[in-house]
Design a protein around this ligand. Structure first.
Ligand SMILES: Cc1cc2nc3c(=O)[nH]c(=O)nc-3n(C[C@H](O)[C@H](O)[C@H](O)COP(=O)(O)O)c2cc1C
Length: 157
């Protein structure tokens, strides 16, 4: 079954609240889809390699800490990158939501560089949000999620 895997890291809860909203929206959208799409939400620290390898599309949701991907995301890539490379995981479809303080560019760049090692390019530019998520932020992540589930359902990813 085609699948959306949402992998998030969050220290003070902002990215977690966005990830939960994406998860709810994705499940809602999957229910009205003609073709079944499975939706999984995982904290980066808890996400297993098999789940990453099997996903049709991965949505990364993360802050930026010290101009870098935060520890949880780095732990995820440290654990999964070489197993993925060894098993020939390539062209993994993905995109990022980054809720940060004032930048986010380094996190986007680092995820892009890591995923490029798996011959993967982002499906779209990162959605970068700043500070405490407000209704506009939640609306933006819901619209992105809805479009992703539609595209997965149609077999685009
Ligand atoms: C230790 C630390 C380092 C941070 N470094 C950056 C940074 O380099 N660039 C940036 O834009 N925001 C930075 N921030 C702000 C966080 O990215 C921002 O508060 C984010 O919304 C937190 O998300 P969370 O609540 O999901 O943990 C930093 C925050 C912390 C706690």
């Amino acid at each position: 079954m085609p699948s959306l895997l949402i992998i998030f890291h969050s220290q003070s809860g902002r990215n977690q609240s966005l990830a939960l909203r994406c998860y709810e929206k994705a499940k809602q959208q999957a229910q009205v889809s003609d073709n079944p799409v499975s939706v999984t939400l995982r904290r980066a620290f808890d996400c297993e390699f098999d789940e990453f390898a099997a996903a049709s599309f991965v949505l990364f949701i993360t802050p930026e800490n010290f101009a870098s991907i935060p520890g949880g995301m780095k732990d995820f890539f440290d654990r999964t990158f070489y197993p993925a490379e060894r098993l020939g995981v390539q062209a993994k479809s993905y995109c990022c939501i980054i809720d940060c303080g004032n930048d986010g560019s380094q996190t986007a760049l680092q995820i892009e560089k890591i995923m490029k090692g798996l011959h993967s390019t982002p499906a779209q530019p990162p959605l970068v949000l700043y500070g405490e998520p407000d209704e506009d932020s939640f609306q933006a992540v819901e619209e992105l999620t809805e479009a992703l589930v539609c595209a997965i359902e149609m077999g685009i990813y």
